[in-house]
Design a protein around this ligand. Structure first.
Ligand code: ADP
Length: 322
């Protein structure tokens, strides 16, 4: 193998840049050429491809987003689009590919693998919703971003003795909500994996204020409903008038925290080693502090989904919000 490519696809996340950097440095270290494919699969089909040198990945380890840009592409979901992708890779002499993205991007990567392009996937999403890894690139940073925002909201909540309902991202996963809720001592956390009872929340909020609590924080994962919905429920079933904050895209940005830098660096390096060993069709992750290597089909299987740790965190949070 002489030449490999790297692309980022789907929603961007902090940690993608450290992963790109590691792929480029590791490849060059082993004497390979490495090409950056810009704007995900859309850029691949259009041949938006450039050779990357060490200088191209200088000073990016601390930057959020992705220097290769990201995109979504409907065309790449078609057979014609995927064939075009294979053609372009062959024209450029690219013999192996690292795809950094979420579940959708992995599906695209699996198609390339099945069409004979050696492909390795790295989990790039803040949502932490990819099977076969305990953590995804960007998740830790997003949790820290939410934690800092909630800490600030708590200051104003205390001053006004208010309830704040905070809606956080995560698509169908409650990981960002559960982690940030526990890290900020939220009074209630609502996640799709665990149907906490709304009446129970009202009882807890009321009991808290009766005990002299100055404020309450309720964290809602977007996958379980909107912050507005929960605030309306509280307003209709108590004497409180909650304020709502939807944190939105701020959660996708920011300089990656140490864990995301290290995760990107270790997985990016391993991806290059695997391609050099002739391995393809695998998704990398981190399980029990070891790099895990699974077939894409394992990652796509609903049976591989692990929700226990998140449910446990949410339950612990409930126990502690006495
Ligand atoms: P993410 O990777 O963050 O989950 P998306 O689900 O939007 O984001 O997927 C990113 C891109 O991956 C899509 O725009 C599309 O180009 C490609 N993709 C998604 N699903 C498939 C599929 N079933 N087959 C081929 N490519 C796919």
């Amino acid at each position: 193998m002489k030449r490999i490519g790297v692309l980022t696809s789907g929603g961007d996340s902090p940690g993608m840049n450290p992963a790109i950097r590691a792929v480029v440095k590791k490849a060059i270290y082993h004497g390979l050429e490495v090409y950056g494919i810009y704007r995900g699969y859309e850029g691949l089909m259009e041949g938006d491809i450039k050779k990357l040198e060490l200088k191209d990945v200088g000073s990016i380890i601390h930057r959020g987003g992705t220097i290769l840009y990201s995109a979504r592409s409907e065309r790449f979901k078609t057979e014609e689009g995927q064939q075009k992708g294979v053609e372009v890779l062959k024209e450029h002499g690219i013999e192996g590919l690292v795809v950094i993205g979420g579940d959708g991007s992995y599906r695209g990567a699996n198609q390339l693998h099945k069409k004979g392009i050696p492909t390795i996937g790295l989990p790039g999403t803040i949502d932490n919703d990819i099977n076969g890894t305990e953590y995804t690139l960007g998740f830790s940073t997003a949790v820290n971003t939410v934690m800092e925002a909630v800490d600030k909201i708590r200051d104003t909540a205390t001053s006004h003795e208010r309830i704040f309902v905070i809606e956080v991202m995560g698509r169908d996963a409650g990981d960002i909500a559960a982690w940030s809720g526990l890290a900020t001592g939220a009074e209630s956390i609502f996640i799709p994996e665990n149907s906490s009872e709304k009446p129970e929340m009202i009882n807890r909020l009321t009991a808290g204020f009766q005990r002299g609590k100055k404020h309450s924080i309720v964290i809602v994962a977007e996958g379980v409903g909107s912050g507005e919905e929960f605030a309306k429920y509280i307003a209709e079933n108590s004497n409180y008038e909650p304020r709502v904050t939807v944190l939105g895209y701020v959660q996708r940005g920011g300089s990656p925290v140490a864990y995301d830098r290290i995760l990107g660096t270790t997985l990016g390096s391993r991806a290059v080693e695997l391609l050099m060993e002739g391995i393809s069709g695998k998704a990398l992750g981190m399980e029990k502090s070891e790099i895990s290597i699974h077939d894409f089909d394992y990652v796509f299987s609903p049976e591989s989904k692990v929700t226990d740790p998140i449910v446990k965190l949410a339950k612990l949070s409930t126990e502690l919000s006495i």
